[in-house]
Structures are given as C-alpha cells and as structure tokens.
Design a protein around this ligand. Structure first.
Ligand code: PRX
Length: 635
C-alpha cells in the first residue's frame, strides 16, 4: 500500500489512523520517499502551542524549486508545466514546458540577484495572472528571497500597507493588466503606493499591455531586456526547512492585515501530498484552479502543489464573464481540463446565467470538481454536480485557510462519498476538535461547536510577520493547546464535518445559536433567489432578529416582493424552523464582497443595525458601489 496515493475509503481510514497514531513516522516516510533533499532532517517535529512554536523537518536542507522543477527535467522536461490562457480568447494560449520553466525561473532569479536581492529579503509581487507571476514566485524561492504576492486588484493604499509591513525592497509589476474588456493601469497604482514606501529601491516592470507609462529613472526597469541578458542557469540557494518561503496577507475582520508566514519544507510536503490525493491527479491530467495566485489557493494549488507533482497546471488571466459566461467551459473544452477547482461565488454567478453556456461545450474531460473559500450552499452544489460534473465527477468541498497553508477537511476524490454542503472528513494527519464556549471538547457525533485543530500539521503558518504576539492571541489563546480556526462546524452522525461559517457571524436569536450558512442555504433554494446574506440586528424580545439581504435572478416572475418574502420565510420554516425566520428582507442588486469573493457580513450588519457611520474602509471591496445602494434602499 502506498501511503502517498490513497485510492479508496478503506485505505483513507487506514492511512489516517497511521498518521495520527504516529505523526512523526508518518510524515517522515512521506517526506523521505517523495521529495528531494540536500540534507535530511535531524528531527521531524517539535512543537509547543503555548509559545506557540512549531518546527517540521528541522535541520533539513532543500530548495523547493528543485522539487518543483529540476527533478522533473529528466523525466518530464518536455511536459507542459503551465498552460497560460490569456484574457482574450483571440490571443494564443502558451504551453510552458518544465525545461522552459526552469530556464525562465533561473533567468528571473539572476535578474533579482543582479538587483541586489539576497536570501531573506522580501520581494513584493503585484502582477496579473500571467506566467511572470508564477515565474517570479519561483525565482524568489530559487534564491531564498521571501515573496509577498499582493493580489493585483488591491488599491494603492492596500499595496503600500503590505509593502511597508514586511519591508519589501523591490516590487515586481506590469505596465497594466487586462480584465475582461477593461485594462487596468497597474503601474500607476504602484507609483501611487510607492510615494509612501521609502524602502523600495527597484521596480521591475513586465510589458503586458504595451502602454506608455511613467518609468522613474534609476528605480523602474523594464524586465525583458534584463531577462535577455541574464544567465540561463542559476544554482538554487540551499535553505533550511524552517526558513520562510513567503508572506501572504490575509485581512481579518478588524485591524490591519496579517502577514502570514509560511516556511519551506513542511509547506512543500503538505501541499504536494494534498494536491495529489484530494484531486487524484494522474500523470497525463490537466488541472485548472481558477483562483488568483494573489490568494493562498493560488500559491498552494496553482503553483507549489501541482508543480511539485510534475503536473500540468492552467493559469487563466481573465474573468468568467468575458467575452461571455461560457468562458470557463470554453477553456475546459479547449485544454481538456480534468480537474477543475473554483469557488462558490463563481459557481453561483455562473448558475445565475442558466445552462445555455454549458451546453455549447464539451465538458467530458472533467473528472473531479473542487470548491473552496466559503460554505457552498446546497443549490449551488447541485447545480455544479448536475450541470458541470453531470453527476459523475465527485465534488471535493475543501475547507482550509490562508493560515493552514493546505487543505484540511475535504473529501478525497473517488474515495470519500460526498454529501452536499459537507467538507466531509479530515485530511490525513489533521486532528480536528469541536469546542464548546466553556473550552471543553465536544466529543461524539451529531454535535456542533467551534472548530479547532489539536495537533500541528506540516503547512501551518508559523507566525504573523513582525507580530508573534498577534499570532498567539488570534489562534492559540481561545482554547488551551489548540489552534482555533475562527469557524463554526457541525459533525454529523457519521463524523462528516460541515462548516457553518465564521464564528463572528453566528447570531443568537432567542438563545439559539444560528450559523449563517444553513439559513442562507435555505433562502437560496427559492427559485427566484441568486444569493443571500443574513445578519443579526438588535431586537427587544429575541435579543437579535435576522435581517436578510437577497439578490434575485433575472427571472421577472417574482415581481411581487411581499409574496416572495413570505415564500422565503416559508422555506426557512420548513428547513430550519420558525426560529430562523427573517424579520426583514431587503432585495438588492448586489452584496458587498471582498476581492476574493467572500460576502462582507460585517458591513451588512452595520447597515442592519443602522450604524452606517461606522462602516469602516469599504474601498478594498470588489463592489464598493453596492454599499450606498443598499443603504439608500433599507427596508
Ligand atoms: O470561513 C472559512 C472559509 O474561508 C476561510 C478562510 O479564508 P481564506 O484564508 O481567505 O482562505 C480561503 C482559501 C483557502 C475559512 O476560515 N472557507 C474556506 N473554504 C471553505 C470555507 N468555508 C466553508 N467551506 C469551505 N470549503
């Protein structure tokens, strides 16, 4: 039995038991057999959740890019590593082989060195989804520089905060980016940000849109001429297992963004191992994750996990709606995608458009579908299963976080029977616990509580850049000796987990704890509803009452909003109980979302509580304009 590749449920349980009975032995075996080390570790694991301090494979020496690229050159040199699908379907896709990737990463690494970047330096990458984004990430890793990718949809203020927080000395960007029918002046945003960033000495600029931009003498350099001159090979920097690999910022509900620090060896082992198993990747498969590399999903499951397995990974520059809502399916057909990994927000947006777009394309290559980022409501799950997967492709609903580095609770495709809205079982090595409000673990099944993890796993973030105390306070102080995820979850009669949403979003109505996800799920089942979000607002008798914001599909059938309100409450009553009925329902054209597609309930809560003077910064939202619209139309 190979522990590296799990193929059925029985095997999952066997390997799982082994992995929690003796985690050190288990991970040692995986690390030993499937990765390339310059020197093996002295100690597999040391940990103390009180400090907190976690170290995996201490004493080992490696370079992650040797694992992602060099070791494939002998057997997979001519295999496509990255398929780049440009924003416009009229522009030709690029197929970058492992050999070409090696050369491009080496050249880029040499350019960075030439600009004075050394091991341990922080490099900010602010690029659209073009090959240079993956290549620059790997080039940093090649020379031991710590990359900090900032999603290229963030504003100049958000960019400046992130550059300064981790003291980046160089920024990699492009003249501009394509987004559907629009172009975005990325370099202009960088220039604005850099007015507040004194530490940045150099800016490398990729020419993506051929625009005329301002180049600051001495600071800004076009990348291509430097690459052309650079040497095509670059010796990898030999790193310690626990050397930082990257920083990635995640915004909490309050305070400034947290720079989560991920280190080298454990992150590599865990992302590679989860990728292989969750998606059941096979040598000839083409895998596509639609996330942006600006998020953790892109780091772990577009770049590192797939490349470590010698996979072919698709990078898509554009948006699902351009030139029309059939674009995703056109790409699946064109590149014969086998594994497709996206987010519930994208699924709902596509479902809203109906199935005509799907029907025009051959999706028969698809074997596995994935979802990540927020709870997937039942209707969206079925739509995905019926229309995209044609009921034959398992849906892996993968629960994890920027902080966890890799997938934590998930079905393993073809092994774990799926259940709509359930992330199902803990991945190998993951030991979840549900806790009550008094700090006690809730054992047994058919229970719900706050989701914690009891034991370290290799890819967990090690700290928050420059603020270890905040790391401790946020994740290790709520419960003794546990990592607290911030999410609520329930465990059903067979031990399957369902994530019920962020604990901060739990609403207590008449003494009942109500998670947002199950109620939204019920609302979304109404045929007229596209999306919904519920929040609590103070109520004299119940403590809190529920306020629902609902967007409608463009069916036109349900013009009478009062009837619609009744019907929605009827569904909630049937599925959850009258306790969860909404006191107020506001129909709106959109819901405020973060740039990664999560609904910002915090803002909706303020509006529901009539505290619109305390909305905070709404400028980093995907769609700040909907906020005013909602305020103007409060019911
Ligand atoms: O609340 C959970 C939700 O997204 C949070 C993590 O967000 P982020 O750090 O941006 O990482 C997203 C990509 C890994 C979690 O605390 N979440 C993520 N995946 C799921 C989910 N909620 C329910 N089901 C999921 N599959």
């Amino acid at each position: 039995m190979s522990n590296y590749h799990i193929k059925h449920l029985e095997e999952y349980y066997q390997v799982y038991r082994k992995s929690v009975r003796n985690p050190e032995n288990f991970w040692e075996e995986i690390a030993e057999e499937h990765f390339m080390w310059r020197k093996k570790w002295d100690n597999v694991l040391s940990w103390d959740f009180k400090k907190p301090e976690v170290k995996w494979f201490e004493g080992a020496k490696l370079n992650i890019t040797e694992n992602c690229i060099d070791r494939h050159l002998y057997t997979r040199g001519d295999k496509t590593a990255i398929i780049f699908e440009p924003n416009s379907p009229d522009e030709q896709a690029q197929h970058i082989t492992y050999r070409e990737l090696h050369e491009r990463v080496c050249r880029f690494a040499n350019v960075l060195k030439e600009k004075g970047v050394a091991k341990g330096d922080r490099v900010c990458i602010y690029l659209p989804m073009i090959p240079e984004l993956a290549i620059s990430v790997l080039a940093c890793a090649r020379i031991g520089a710590i990359h900090s990718v900032v999603f290229a949809g963030f504003s100049s203020t958000a960019l400046a905060t992130r550059i300064n927080d981790s003291d980046c000395k160089i920024v990699i960007t492009s003249d501009g980016s394509y987004r559907g029918s629009k172009t975005i002046d990325l370099k202009g945003i960088v220039d604005e940000a850099l007015e507040d960033c004194e530490g940045v000495a150099n800016v490398l600029v990729v020419n993506r849109i051929n625009s005329v931009i301002n180049m600051k003498e001495g600071r800004d350099h076009w990348l291509q001429p430097l690459l052309d001159e650079a040497y095509h090979d670059c010796e990898p920097e030999i790193m310690d297992a626990e050397d930082p690999l990257f920083i990635l910022y995640t915004s909490g509900s309050t305070g400034k963004p947290k720079g989560m620090v991920h280190t080298t060896a454990g992150y590599m082992v865990y992302t590679a191992y989860t990728f292989k198993n969750v998606f059941q990747y096979r040598e000839q498969d083409v895998y596509w994750c639609t996330a942006d590399i600006g998020w953790i999903t892109g780091h772990s499951y577009i770049v590192y996990g797939p490349l470590c397995n010698g996979a072919t990974t698709v990078m898509f520059e554009g948006v699902p709606s351009y030139p029309d809502f059939g674009r995703f399916w056109e790409i699946v057909e064109k590149h014969k995608v086998n594994q497709f990994y996206t987010a519930p927000t994208a699924i709902r947006a596509l479902a809203k458009e109906g199935v005509e777009h799907l029907e025009k394309h051959d999706l028969s290559s698809l074997k596995v579908l994935g979802t990540v980022g927020e709870p997937i409501n039942e209707e969206a799950w079925h739509w995905y299963d019926d229309n995209v997967g044609k009921k034959k492709s398992p849906i892996v609903d993968t629960w994890w976080q920027t902080e966890t580095g890799g997938i934590m609770i998930t079905p393993i495709a073809f092994a774990t029977p799926t259940k709509p809205t359930y992330a199902t079982l803990p991945f190998i090595g993951i030991q979840p616990a549900l806790m009550d409000e008094h700090g006690q673990e809730i054992k047994g099944n058919q229970v719900d509580g706050r989701l914690c993890i009891k034991f370290p796993w290799p890819s967990m973030a090690r700290t928050i850049w420059g603020n270890h105390q905040r790391y401790k306070d946020t994740y290790f102080s709520a419960y003794d000796n546990m990592y607290f995820t911030g999410d609520g979850a329930l465990r059903d009669e067979v031990g399957y987990y369902r994530i019920t949403g962020r604990v901060d979003d739990v609403i207590i109505v008449s003494g009942h704890n109500l998670g947002t996800a199950p109620i939204e799920d019920a609302i979304n089942e109404h045929p007229a509803v596209a999306e919904s979000a519920i929040v609590g607002f103070p109520h004299d008798i119940k403590g809190n009452a529920l306020y629902g914001y609902v967007t409608l599909k463009e069916t036109g059938e349900y013009r009478n909003h009062d009837n619609l309100r009744k019907e929605i409450n009827q569904i909630i009553t049937e599925q959850i109980g009258p306790i969860a009925k909404l006191d107020k329902i506001q129909f709106t054209d959109g819901l405020p979302k973060t740039r990664s597609g999560k609904i910002m309930r915090r803002i909706l809560r303020k509006i529901a509580c009539n505290e619109t003077d305390q909305l905070g910064d709404t400028s980093t939202l995907l769609n700040p304009e909907v906020v005013q619209d909602i305020i103007d139309n409060v019911k």
